[in-house]
Structure formats: structure tokens, C-alpha cells
Design a protein. Structure first.
Length: 339
């Protein structure tokens, strides 16, 4: 007789296998969900908790005692407790029915940081919805209540380890209300994903020297010789260029614009780096971009097949870092997300 593999003897193995099989069955039954999904009664599952099982065992024991001693008061108490149990089961399941769940976005992060997926739950009913929680595996959000007509954002912090995409193929919403005798939940398969930038190098060499261009209007936003007017304030503009007097008069945040000045920029070139390791090169480039943005310096990026001219600001930062994140990586396919 062959021996049983040791992994099948570990505690919780069968429970996890049964849960995974149930989740696969639910996805096949429900199919992929839209970005905005309303929960119907057929989508909500319910099972008793350990507290509920003890409560049911106690009620059954009381029923046997009542029948044995033919005690009417004991029958009344038993049926009263049983009725409370059935009402709790109904309320637990109804606590999720009618809720609207939608994806509220996920901000890009660096590898090693947690990607914060935002899930919005809206209660369109006139009933209070207490003790709601979003979960994905062992990751859970805070528990919060929803008042009638209220919408709330729940956060799921999914850990990341490498650049590229971070995926949230499925997540669930659950409740233990009331009395924590039953656990009601629903699975959703929205196939969500976010962007993971390369991790900035802890010890990066010095970036390439800056290059200057003299006496022309190459970058009006960075010139400092001749005042050319005012424009709307953009992220990344120097605070010393803010027109504070104009802001005091109109309440609108404006920046002073100059022309005809010297401009400086840096080029970050993938091919000119000394390291032979691709991931190390990407980490160093990420560190240079982060530091250049922090100092409000213009920078350009050269990669095989990509070239971004010098600029600075949030759009330049995201464009360059996103290109580094997916460098030499195939795009995610629909069947990959559904796996």
C-alpha cells in the first residue's frame, strides 16, 4: 500500500482544496463580472459559523430534553431560540442582497509595496447594512457599516514582488451580521489589475551629467530671464514661481512663465549603463527618475524601441516608469487574468 503524500496530511489542506474547488465552480457558474455589479440573492452564499453550529446543537439538545420530560415551557424556549436562529440566517443573507460593488481604481506602486485596490460598495436600499468586509484570500479590508443610500470605499492591500501587472482576479464581500451565527458571502470576478513599477535601486551610481541649452525658448516653463506672463499651475512647478499676489486677488493658482533662459536636462540611456543585468539597469533608471522628479529636473529616457524627450511632471514620470515596468514583458491576456 502506497504511503499518503505528506502535504495531504497537513491541517487545513482539505479545507483549502474544498474552498478552491468551490471558487472555481462559482466562477464557472457566474462568469466574469462587470466593473459595476449588483448582488442578487442567487449570488449570495451562506453557511453556519462555529458559533452557529454550537447554537444549533444546543437547540437540538433542548428539544430532546423537552420531548423526554414533556415540559411545555421548555418547548416554548426551544422554539423561540430556533426562531431566532432562522431569523438570523435570513437577515445575514439579506444583508448582502442588493448591494452594488464597483472598482474604484488602484494607484501604481513600486515592486515590494502593496497595491491598494479600491472597491466601492453602494447601499441603494432603505435598510442599514452593518458589518461588511471585502477580502481576497488572507487579505482583508476594514469592517464598516453602510447607512441607507451611502457609498463607501473599501481598500484591499495586495502585496507585490516584481514589476509588471498586479492582478486581482477575484475577491469577495462577506458579513457575519447578526450574532455571528452565520457567514454570508459573495464572490466577484472582475479581473482587476494595476501597474507595478520596478523597485528603485538602493545603491545607484551617479546619474549622467546635465546638458544645457542656451538662449532659446526650448522650455518656457523653466526659463528665468524674461517674464512672459502667467499660466495655470501644474504639478511639478517650483513654488517660487507661483504668482501669490494673483492668487490672493482671484483665488486661482497661477505660475509665472519666463522665456529666453538657459534650460538643463538629463538623458537616462539604458544602453549606456555598465550593469549587465537587465533588472538592475531598470532599478537604477527608476532611482534616477525618482530623484530627478524630486528635484524638478527635466529628464529624457532612452530604451530599445522607446525614446521620451526631456520633460518633468506626473505624466512624464508615469510614462517613463510604466515603460520600465513592462520592458521585455508580454502584455497580459484575457485568459491570463481568468486563470
Amino acid at each position: 500500500m502506497s504511503s499518503i503524500p505528506w502535504q495531504y496530511l497537513k491541517p487545513g489542506t482539505y479545507r483549502r482544496a474544498a474552498a478552491a474547488k468551490a471558487e472555481r465552480w462559482a466562477r464557472k457558474r457566474q462568469g466574469p463580472d462587470h466593473a459595476v455589479t449588483e448582488l442578487h440573492s442567487r449570488r449570495v452564499y451562506i453557511l453556519p459559523t462555529a458559533v452557529g453550529l454550537v447554537f444549533a446543537l444546543m437547540a437540538f439538545t433542548m428539544l430532546l430534553g423537552s420531548m423526554n420530560y414533556n415540559n411545555n415551557l421548555s418547548f416554548v424556549l426551544t422554539f423561540l431560540l430556533s426562531g431566532i436562529g432562522f431569523v438570523a440566517m435570513h437577515q445575514c443573507q439579506r444583508n448582502l442582497v442588493g448591494l452594488e460593488l464597483s472598482f474604484a481604481g488602484v494607484d501604481p506602486v513600486f515592486a515590494g509595496q502593496a497595491a491598494e485596490f479600491k472597491i466601492a460598495i453602494t447601499n441603494h436600499s432603505a435598510s442599514h447594512r452593518p458589518h461588511l468586509q471585502i477580502y481576497a484570500g488572507d487579505v482583508t479590508s476594514d469592517i464598516a457599516d453602510l447607512a441607507p443610500g451611502e457609498s463607501r470605499i473599501y481598500h484591499l492591500e495586495i502585496p507585490t514582488s516584481q514589476r509588471g501587472h498586479v492582478q486581482l482576479n477575484k475577491f469577495g464581500v462577506r458579513t457575519l451580521f447578526p450574532f455571528e451565527m452565520f457567514r454570508s458571502w459573495a464572490w466577484l470576478h472582475m479581473d482587476l489589475q494595476g501597474v507595478v513599477y520596478p523597485k528603485p535601486a538602493d545603491h545607484a551610481p551617479l546619474p549622467p551629467p546635465t546638458q544645457s541649452a542656451h538662449g532659446h525658448r526650448q522650455h518656457d516653463a523653466r526659463g528665468e530671464e524674461d517674464f512672459a506672463g502667467l499660466r495655470k499651475f501644474h504639478d511639478g512647478d517650483s513654488p517660487r514661481h507661483v504668482a501669490w499676489k494673483a492668487y490672493a486677488r482671484s483665488g486661482e493658482l497661477l505660475s509665472k512663465q519666463f522665456s529666453g533662459a538657459d534650460t538643463s536636462s538629463q538623458w537616462f540611456d539604458f544602453e549606456q549603463m555598465e550593469s549587465a543585468d537587465i533588472e538592475q539597469r531598470l532599478s537604477i533608471l527608476t532611482r534616477w527618475i525618482v530623484e530627478a522628479e524630486r528635484a524638478h529636473r527635466d529628464y529624457g529616457l532612452r530604451l530599445p524601441g522607446h525614446e521620451f524627450p526631456p520633460a518633468h511632471g506626473e505624466s512624464q514620470r508615469h510614462l517613463c516608469l510604466e515603460t520600465l515596468a513592462f520592458f521585455h514583458q508580454p502584455p497580459a491576456r484575457a485568459d491570463d487574468l481568468a486563470a
